[in-house]
Design a protein around this ligand. Structure first.
Ligand SMILES: C[S@@+](CC[C@H](N)C(=O)[O-])C[C@H]1O[C@@H](n2cnc3c(N)ncnc32)[C@H](O)[C@@H]1O
Length: 211
C-alpha cells in the first residue's frame, strides 16, 4: 500500500491513515505541531533520553534534534510503510538539514547524526515493545498515537502506568489530546497534568509530569 501524503498549511506533509480515517498531524501544520506541541512545550536539553511513542514520520524526534546534541531517542512504531515514506518525503527548510541523516532509517532502524543524536526504532506493537525498555530512563516522552476514539487501547491507565515507570522523576510527556477521560487515566497512573499549548485548534494540548 502506498502512503497517502497531504500538504499541511506550514508547507510540510502529513500522512493519511485509511484504517483510522485520521491524519497523522494537524492539517494546520505538521512540523509546526512537532515543534510547538511537543519539542518547545517540553523543552529539550543536550544528552536527554527521549521516548517517541508512535514515531510515524519521525517529525517529533527529528525536531528535537534541531540545535541539540547527544540525544538518545527510542521510537516505537509498527508500520514499516510509514518509515519507508520518510525516504522521499519533501521537508521544508526549517527541518531539512536535520531530517536528511534519518531519511533511510527504515534500512537499519538505528541512525546517529553528525551531532551524535541517535534514533533507534523498536518495530512492533508499542503496547508490547514498551515492556522491552528499562525503567526510569526517559527525560521526555512524545505521546502521539491516533485518537482515543480510534485507538482507545493506547490511552488506557495501564499504558500510562507503563510509560510512567519508564520515566525519570521530573520527566515530562506531551500529547495533543486534552480529553477528560485521558487526563483522568494519566492522573490515576501517577502523573500531574497541566494544559499544553493551543496549536491548530481551540483546545489545549496536555503536558503530564512525573513528580
Ligand atoms: C498520529 S501518527 C504519529 C505521527 C508521528 N508522531 C509523526 O510525527 O509522524 C500514529 C503512528 O502510530 C503508529 N501506530 C499505530 N498503532 C501502533 C501500535 N500499536 N504500535 C506502534 N505504532 C503504532 C502508526 O503507524 C502511526 O505511524
Amino acid at each position: 500500500m502506498i502512503v497517502k501524503l497531504i500538504k499541511t498549511k506550514d508547507g510540510s506533509y502529513t500522512a493519511f491513515s485509511e484504517d483510522t480515517g485520521e491524519h497523522y498531524h494537524t492539517i494546520s501544520g505538521a512540523i509546526e505541531e512537532a515543534f510547538e506541541k511537543h519539542v518547545n512545550a517540553l523543552g529539550i536539553e543536550n544528552g536527554m533520553h527521549i521516548l517517541d511513542f508512535c514515531f510515524g514520520l519521525g517529525y517529533n524526534s527529528i525536531a528535537a534534534c534541531k540545535g541539540h546534541t547527544n540525544l538518545q531517542i527510542i521510537g516505537l512504531e509498527n508500520d514499516m510503510k510509514i518509515l519507508e515514506a520518510m525516504k522521499d518525503i519533501e521537508i521544508p527548510d526549517v527541518l531539512k538539514t536535520e531530517f536528511a541523516p534519518f531519511r533511510n532509517i527504515v534500512e537499519s532502524l538505528d541512525v546517529t547524526d553528525s551531532n551524535n543524536n541517535r534514533i533507534q526504532i523498536l518495530l512492533g506493537d508499542a503496547l508490547q515493545t514498551i515492556d522491552e525498555l528499562p525503567d526510569g530512563i526517559f527525560d521526555r516522552v512524545f505521546f502521539d498515537p491516533f485518537s482515543p476514539k480510534k485507538q482507545p487501547e493506547m490511552w488506557s491507565e495501564e499504558i500510562f502506568q507503563k510509560i510512567h515507570n519508564k520515566m525519570k522523576i521530573g520527566a515530562k510527556l506531551s500529547t495533543y489530546s486534552c480529553a477528560k477521560q485521558i487526563r483522568k487515566n494519566m492522573i490515576s497512573a501517577g502523573f500531574k497534568v497541566i494544559d499544553g499549548p493551543v496549536v491548530g485548534r481551540r483546545s489545549p494540548a496536555t503536558i503530564a509530569m512525573k513528580e
